[in-house]
Design a protein around this ligand. Sequence first.
Ligand code: GTQ
Ligand code: FE2
Length: 370
Amino acid sequence: MTALENRPTTVDFDSPEHQARLADLYRDFEAVGMTPLWRTREGLMPPHPQPKAVPHLWRWDDLYALAARSGDLVPVGRGGERRAIGLGNPGLPGDPYATPTLWAAIQYLNPREDAPEHRHSQSAFRFVLEGEGVWTVVDGDPVAMRRGDLLLTPGWHFHGHQNVSDTPMAWLDGLDVPLVAAVDQGFFEFGPDEVRDKRTPDRSNSERLWGGPGLTPVAAVGARPQSPLMAYRWVHTDAALTAQLELAAEGVEGTLVEPGHAAIRFSNPTTGGDALTTMRTEMHRLTAGTRTRRSRTSASSVWQVFTGGGTVTMDGEVRTLGHGDVVAVPAWTEFSLQAEDGLDLFTFSDAPVFEKLSLLRTQVTEGDDA
Ligand code: GTQ
Ligand code: FE2
């Protein structure tokens, strides 16, 4: 007799005998590491993202004051490598991560202090809210760090930082640390203990080679996954944003610039795509009184106010924004910005990862509930 023929034609699912056999089955599933989908589907396949991370805001005054205190108390050296303090999302307790994919930290260097060279598979950038006097040396190329600049350290490039000035300097670091950890792709190597190149040029070699607008060196033609340009200077960013707003105000057709909202993306000059493979970096400018439409995206992001003030609304909750404040925006959070006077913001996100995987979704919700 086959098992099929042996099967009862009617099953009484409520019978104590059936319930006992079912309990045995679930126990035996567990013993061999099997999990039935019918008992877990809603956790595994929710209708939309349900992040553990929560919308959160850190005040610059708190970040800077605490970083400065660590400057008095904690040396920088081999092992710890950096005086960088990660911003931990309260929805991700135990992990110093701003979102499940993004590390955001304030890094602080005292006058005449060096942070030793190393390299890692994680990609990094620095955004400078204020100050100057530090050069970050990327694969032997000293790159000046000044207010409003974005400096790249793509994955596996050696880098160390040196403060050659008589004042401390602090900046925002962004890395893909949590993403790389989650997928077991972390590699790390020490470099020389001393930063190798003590020169402090105004322009890095990477800018001399790649810094002409739309000008590709013919000897280096060809797509590269990561940007070969290590510095995006505030004079250029500022001029581009100003020009966008002027064009929009003049009513010039075909610019696609939204009135009152200019934005630039820091791009890889060899492809036109994102400067880094795992993180999107942008600068936004809202004119006084401008409010962005409410929207959500499956990317998670971090924002830092560069200049000006206003408010951010996340899932209906309004928070004021001031100089240097940092905001974490989890996936699928309904988000909008409002400028009071003018508002310049730097932002980074994990969007390029999900774009490449055909997972990225974005939705304008403004009007849905109006
Ligand atoms: O500056 O090299 O915030 O390696 C975290 C890890 C900064 C850095 C961080 C790092 C760095
Ligand atoms: Fe590093």
